[in-house]
Design a protein around this ligand. Structure first.
Ligand code: SF4
Ligand code: SF4
Length: 240
C-alpha cells in the first residue's frame, strides 16, 4: 500500500470513501460539528467511510468479533488501524458511530451516494440500496477531496416502482412514507418484515450487490429490537 490511500479499507469491505474540507461543508453540517470546528487548527477534513455490496459481512465474520454490534466495532477498528498506519499520531476524532448528531444522509448526498427511495433507505445507480455509512472522522489530513456527486436518482426513471407494490404494509401508497404503518406491520406476529424489508428486496437496482442474507437479517432484526426497546421504554415512562 502507498501511504494514505484507501486500499486497506477497500480490502476490508469499507469500500466507499469521501473526503471534504471542513471549511467548505454546508452551514447545516458545519453547525452540527461546531464544537469540534472551534478546534479548527487540529481538524481540516471530514472523512466519510461506508460499505457497498456484499464484501463487508464476510470480513466482519472473519474478524470473529463477539459483540452486540460487530459491524460498528469492526468498522471502527479497521478505520483506526488504517488511520494509524497512514497518519500516525495526527489529530483525529471519531464522530460516527457516536453521539454527535451528524447528518449522514446529507453527507451522502454531497458525496453523490445518496438519493431517497420511496421506503427512505438511500439509493444510487451503482449499488442500489446496498450501501451504508459506517464511520465519520474529523482529521488533520490533506487527503484528495471527493468530487461533487451529481448522478441522478435511479428512482427518477423507474416507472413500475415494484418496491411500492411489494410492501405488505402499503406504507408507500401516499406521497409520504408512512413509518407507523411500516413499524406496526414489522411488529406483527408472522410479519414478513421482521428480519428484512420486502420492498428493498423488490428493487432491481444494484441487486447484484445485495448484502448476504445473514447480514440483512442481522440488520433488520437489530432495528426491530430497537423499536421494541423504545416502545417498552415509552410505555414504562407513561406508567410513572
Ligand atoms: S424499485 Fe424503483 S422506485 Fe423503488 S427504490 Fe428501486 S428504483 Fe426506486
Ligand atoms: S420493512 Fe416491510 S413494511 Fe416496512 S417499508 Fe419495507 S416492506 Fe414495507
Amino acid at each position: 500500500m502507498t501511504p494514505c490511500d484507501f486500499s486497506q479499507l477497500d480490502r476490508a469491505g469499507l469500500n466507499l470513501q469521501a473526503v471534504f474540507n471542513l471549511d467548505s461543508l454546508p452551514p447545516g453540517i458545519r453547525s452540527q460539528l461546531q464544537q469540534y470546528m472551534e478546534d479548527g487548527a487540529k481538524f481540516r477534513q471530514l472523512i466519510l467511510i461506508g460499505n457497498a455490496g456484499a464484501q463487508l459481512w464476510p470480513a466482519v465474520k472473519a474478524a470473529g468479533i463477539a459483540s452486540p454490534d460487530p459491524i460498528d466495532d469492526f468498522s471502527v477498528r479497521t478505520v483506526t488501524d488504517w488511520f494509524n498506519t497512514c497518519f500516525g499520531t495526527r489529530h483525529r476524532k471519531l464522530i460516527y458511530p457516536g453521539n454527535t448528531p451528524v447528518g449522514l444522509q446529507a453527507l451522502g448526498r454531497l458525496a453523490g451516494w445518496h438519493h431517497a427511495s420511496p421506503f427512505k433507505v438511500g439509493i444510487n445507480q451503482d449499488w442500489g440500496t446496498w450501501f451504508a455509512y459506517r464511520v465519520v472522522l474529523l482529521a488533520d489530513t490533506l487527503l484528495p477531496l471527493a468530487p461533487p456527486g451529481h448522478a441522478p436518482s435511479p428512482c427518477d426513471n423507474c416507472s413500475d416502482r415494484p418496491c411500492i407494490a411489494a410492501c405488505p404494509a402499503q406504507a408507500m401508497t401516499s406521497d409520504e412514507f408512512d413509518l407507523n404503518r411500516c413499524i406496526d406491520y414489522r411488529r406483527r406476529p408472522g410479519s414478513r418484515c421482521a428480519a428484512t424489508c420486502v420492498a428493498r428486496l423488490a428493487c432491481p437496482v444494484g441487486s447484484a450487490h445485495r448484502y448476504p442474507s445473514e447480514q440483512i437479517a442481522h440488520g433488520y432484526s437489530n432495528s426491530l429490537r430497537m423499536i421494541e426497546h423504545y416502545r417498552n421504554m415509552s410505555a414504562t415512562s407513561k406508567m410513572k
